[in-house]
Ligand binder design. Structure first.
Ligand SMILES: *[C@@H]1O[C@H](CO)[C@@H](O)[C@H](O)[C@H]1NC(C)=O
Ligand SMILES: *[C@@H]1O[C@H](CO)[C@@H](O)[C@H](O)[C@H]1NC(C)=O
Ligand SMILES: *[C@@H]1O[C@H](CO)[C@@H](O)[C@H](O)[C@H]1NC(C)=O
Ligand SMILES: *[C@@H]1O[C@H](CO)[C@@H](O)[C@H](O)[C@H]1NC(C)=O
Ligand SMILES: *[C@@H]1O[C@H](CO)[C@@H](O)[C@H](O)[C@H]1NC(C)=O
Ligand SMILES: *[C@@H]1O[C@H](CO)[C@@H](O)[C@H](O)[C@H]1NC(C)=O
Length: 339
């Protein structure tokens, strides 16, 4: 059922937008992402979470990577947004080495369950073994882009820090510093800039407005001007007016797509890299889901729905916790289809 609901969403939106992506690096041209042949590319895809305690892409104890990727392609999608844990990177930097997926699972799930999930992963994905590390699982051949810190949030427990640092000037300083490092490490990657307030707001960026202390974002200041993409998230599921939703998203940063307005000094691709809702029988008919289903394809902006995983190795202390916003790999589906 959940699978069907998502398939419906995709069935309506895909035909006019998804194109296979040619090999080679991507770059931007005005508001478009273009492939190595100069063809416009519109991303249409899904988030594949891999950032929770086990720090592995979810679902591998039930399906092979090949099966999962095939299903995603069968839906007409052309992109996966794979999340990973900053803690994993910190770990690796601190200790100088990555840990095996078996050790990571045992740490997250306990000896007995961790070992069992590990052997199920290997049963479905025999290319992995006791020595396979987390990064080896994530080394995908077709990486085209990288995002920076996901959903910049306020340090709720430290109001002084929020007052002094949670602002656009700091955003600029740290985003640019990070983007410079990414570009130095790999000049081919698109670099995604996300917004404040859980990545719901990038409003001063398209207009190049003053960010404080004389700073303003000018795309052309950067050597990698043709690699910068803006990303926004939206979960305004209680929306009652599509017009209001569209207008707030436009003003929040989608207006960087506007090539006709001279106030938009930074014309760039903007994508909705997260939105989503429970995959039940009715929620997809709400204003929120119906509105985005029409609007995002009409902009040819690019989007990635939350989420492909049907369950999590562990979430909020519950092992194999069902993801009601996910589909095909959920326990429910497995029970219904006997897989
Ligand atoms: C890409 O989009 C631009 C703007 O609409 C258009 O001028 C151009 O022809 C498109 N390129 C391709 C290859 O479709
Ligand atoms: C281990 O897995 C079993 C069955 O899959 C589950 O019932 C149990 O709660 C898990 N243990 C822990 C500590 O969560
Ligand atoms: C944070 O800034 C607000 C508004 O300027 C002020 O009212 C508040 O006292 C400040 N809080 C702290 C902890 O500095
Ligand atoms: C403001 O900018 C000036 C000139 O670049 C710099 O010297 C100063 O440290 C900045 N002030 C703050 C608070 O960042
Ligand atoms: C152009 O962009 C500016 C800044 O976002 C906005 O205030 C104005 O309404 C826009 N004009 C049109 C015609 O969309
Ligand atoms: C959704 O609809 C299907 C058939 O249309 C039905 O079998 C199923 O029980 C429904 N699920 C819920 C949660 O209402």
């Amino acid at each position: 059922m959940r699978f069907n609901v998502l398939a419906t969403l995709i069935g309506i939106t895909i035909p006019q937008i998804a194109l296979a992506i040619a090999p080679g690096p991507l770059s931007t041209s005005g508001r478009w992402i273009v492939d190595a042949n100069g063809q416009n590319i519109t991303f249409a895809g899904v988030n594949w979470p891999g950032a929770s305690e086990a720090m592995l892409p979810e679902g591998l104890q039930y399906q092979s990577i090949e099966n999962i990727v095939d299903k995603i392609k069968t839906l007409g999608m052309n992109v996966i947004r794979l999340t990973f844990a900053i803690e994993m990177i910190d770990d690796i930097l601190e200790t100088g080495r990555d840990v095996s997926i078996k050790d990571s699972l045992v740490k997250a799930l306990g000896e007995k369950n961790g070992t069992k999930v590990f052997s199920n992963i290997v049963r479905h994905n025999p290319q992995f073994g006791v020595d396979t590390t987390r990064l080896q699982v994530k080394s995908l051949p077709a990486v085209k882009s990288v995002g920076m810190r996901n959903e910049l949030r306020k340090a709720e427990d430290n109001p002084t820090l929020v007052n002094t640092t949670y602002n656009w000037r700091y955003w600029y300083r740290h985003m640019v510093e990070n983007a410079n490092q990414i570009h130095a490490a790999n000049r081919n990657l698109l670099i995604y800039f996300s917004g404040l307030d859980y990545d719901t707001r990038l409003s001063p960026i398209p207009t190049g407005a003053e960010l404080g202390n004389g700073t303003a974002f000018r795309k052309d200041d950067f050597e990698y001007a043709d690699k910068i993409v803006l990303e926004l998230h939206n979960y305004e599921r209680t929306a009652t007016s599509c017009e209001d939703l569209k207008s707030s998203l436009w003003n929040a940063g989608f207006n960087a797509l506007d090539t006709q307005n001279s106030s938009i000094v930074n014309i760039m691709p903007v994508q909705m890299t997260e939105f989503g809702f429970p995959q039940d029988n009715t929620t997809y008919t709400d204003v929120y889901a119906s509105c985005l289903r029409e609007w995002l394809p009409s902009l040819q902006a690019g989007w990635m729905v939350w989420v492909i995983a049907g369950s999590y190795y562990i979430r909020k202390g519950i092992q194999d916790d069902d993801e009601l916003w996910g589909e095909s790999f959920s326990k429910t589906i497995r029970e219904q289809t006997g897989n």
